[in-house]
Design a protein around this ligand. Structure first.
Ligand SMILES: Cc1cc2nc3c(=O)[nH]c(=O)nc-3n(C[C@H](O)[C@H](O)[C@H](O)COP(=O)(O)OP(=O)(O)OC[C@H]3O[C@@H](n4cnc5c(N)ncnc54)[C@H](O)[C@@H]3O)c2cc1C
Ligand SMILES: NC(=O)c1ccc[n+]([C@@H]2O[C@H](COP(=O)([O-])OP(=O)(O)OC[C@H]3O[C@@H](n4cnc5c(N)ncnc54)[C@H](O)[C@@H]3O)[C@@H](O)[C@H]2O)c1
Length: 467
């Protein structure tokens, strides 16, 4: 039996373990914290659970537009957020998810080792466990060790008032005034969630507009939505330090301004967990940022050592980590394998409204020579949007002008994460705009706007239509 040793039990590691077990490998998975990794225990799952609660608050608040009066001016006057209870639920759900994953892995015959792993050689892994060090021989090794929140040297997190995104679940009371530093996906999602829960939120954004890495038309909608909800966005500001003062915090910006709040959440990116793994000693190549270099089948510079997930810096998504892990095992264990294709990845920013994207981006289109036809269709005229009191979003489709094949899309809407799937199938199956628009959509529905966008691309003049 081929001996497979995996370090890291997040989506990159545990999905790989399932494939390796299915293909008959003798699989050992070493994880120091808990199965499911940071994705399940502290990052993706907890944040989306918190956001689910915040969404309900936002919907209650929006009810008055629909003729439902909640008997008070502010939603927070009638709905009391018990943050201790909310966070208990968040953590219990994450733990249950982690336990389910552990149980499934055990059922599939994966050997689970609770400890910290490192390479001794290209064919031997050491796990430091509570009982001491244990060595495992390996034919194939997968490194899927994820990342750690980046800290600013002068803003060390204390877990009480100066927080990273893993520490917010310790809070038992809603922050009175939360400063969120960083307006990438993590910062934007937490700013949106705490604003929805009723906190006064200040967002320190290093760029002109929030979500610098996302579709800029979508980011503009979100920036407007945040401002209209009363969030204070400090654009083109960088934090350099944060300190406790009395019952609050003071964040110092690069230009010397000071921002005061009750708490600060640092969302300034993450650094790869690649130190201390024995990589340099064994000769595993790293990028200048310290991520592990991999090719499209997840191979590192050492023949039998693979890497998957955030530690590779390829695309920090749970879905991509899982696919990289599976691809690594299909490749190393001799199964049919399709190299990772980032042009088909779909992702979602879980803000209010949500921003979902798949395939080619507007930035790719604007910076490449490839001719692309696109249409951006506002959701304002969509009957379902009007009924639901939502008019600020849009759908956007990209296609090749010669063939009409759909190569990407963006949806800004409530539940955009669900709406994008049709476009994702179109991108992965190379569906044309004509075929896409000929499929029936429900009336009234927001997906009707996706079909309408495809219809507008029938002649594909390569223009950017708005409405
Ligand atoms: C706040 C937040 C929200 C997110 N939301 C989403 C989302 O909605 N959707 C989405 O697709 N992605 C989301 N992501 C990204 C997603 O969480 C990551 O892409 C995903 O966790 C990557 O999985 P991974 O397996 O590479 O690493 P991780 O999930 O980080 O798991 C790595 C594991 O390796 C363990 N480990 C590290 N070193 C060692 C060692 N030496 N020995 C043993 N174990 C070790 C760690 O303890 C950890 O458990 C979010 C990220 C953040 C920060
Ligand atoms: N819904 C999701 O799928 C989801 C959610 C969260 C994170 N993620 C993944 O995690 C990745 C990382 O996202 P992220 O937001 O954690 O990190 P990021 O690196 O993308 O964003 C960090 C932001 O903080 C800003 N920043 C850095 N230093 C600053 C300072 N001193 N003051 C003010 N701003 C500062 C940066 O300019 C950047 O815009 C994303 O690319 C995404 O793939 C996904």
């Amino acid at each position: 039996m081929t001996k497979v040793v995996i370090i890291g039990g997040g989506p990159g590691g545990y999905e790989a373990a399932l494939v390796a077990a299915q293909l008959g490998g003798d699989v050992t998975l070493i994880e120091r914290d808990g199965l499911g990794g940071a994705a399940v225990l502290s990052d993706c799952v907890p944040s989306k659970t918190l956001i689910a609660t915040a969404e309900v608050m936002v919907r209650i608040e929006a009810a008055r537009q629909l003729g439902l009066h909640i008997g008070a001016r502010e939603v927070t006057d009638v709905v009391r957020v018990d943050l201790a209870e909310v966070n208990d639920r968040v953590l219990a759900l994450a733990k249950a998810q982690s336990d389910d994953i552990a149980q499934r892995l055990r059922l599939e015959g994966v050997r689970l080792v609770n400890g910290s792993g490192r390479l001794e050689s290209a064919h031997r892994v050491i796990a430091a466990t509570e009982e001491g060090e244990v060595a495992f021989d390996a034919d194939i090794i997968l490194l899927a060790t994820g990342t750690t929140p980046r800290e600013l040297p002068d803003a060390p997190c204390d877990g009480e008032r100066i927080l990273n995104w893993k520490q917010v679940y310790n809070l038992t009371e809603l922050p009175e005034r939360l400063i969120v530093v960083g307006s990438g996906v993590t910062g934007a999602e937490f700013a949106s969630a705490y604003d929805g829960l009723g906190c006064d939120v200040v967002l320190v954004s290093s760029r002109r507009q929030v979500l610098p890495g996302e579709d800029q038309d979508a980011a503009a909608v979100l920036q407007r939505a945040f401002s209209e909800r009363g969030m204070h966005i400090m654009s083109e500001c960088r934090a350099v330090a944060a300190r406790r003062e009395g019952d609050g915090v003071v964040v110092t910006l690069e230009d010397g301004q000071e921002v005061t709040g009750s708490h600060v959440l640092m969302a300034v990116g993450a650094i790869p967990n690649s130190a201390g793994l024995g990589l340099e000693e064994v000769g595993v190549g790293l990028t200048p940022s310290g991520h592990i270099s991999v090719d499209k089948v997840s191979r590192t510079s050492i023949r039998n050592i693979y890497a998957a997930g955030d530690v590779t810096g390829v695309f920090a998504l749970a879905s991509v980590a899982a696919m990289q892990g599976r691809v690594a095992m299909w490749h190393s264990l001799g199964d049919a394998v399709t190299p990772l294709d980032l042009r088909k990845v779909s992702s979602n920013v879980f803000t209010t409204p949500e921003v979902a994207t798949v395939g080619i981006t507007q930035q790719d289109v604007d910076t490449s020579d490839v001719r692309v036809a696109s249409v951006l269709l506002s959701l304002a005229p969509n009957a379902r949007s009007k009924m639901q009191g939502f008019t600020d979003g849009f759908v956007k489709l990209f296609c090749l002008p010669t063939t009409g094949i759909i190569i990407g899309g963006v949806v800004v809407a409530p539940r955009a994460s669900e709406l994008i799937h049709a476009v994702s199938v179109a991108v992965s199956q190379r569906v044309t705009v004509d075929d896409f628009s000929h499929a029936f959509t429900v009336y009234p529905s927001m997906s009707g706007s996706l079909a309408e966008a495809a219809r507008r691309l029938h002649n594909r003049h390569g223009s950017l239509l708005t409405n």
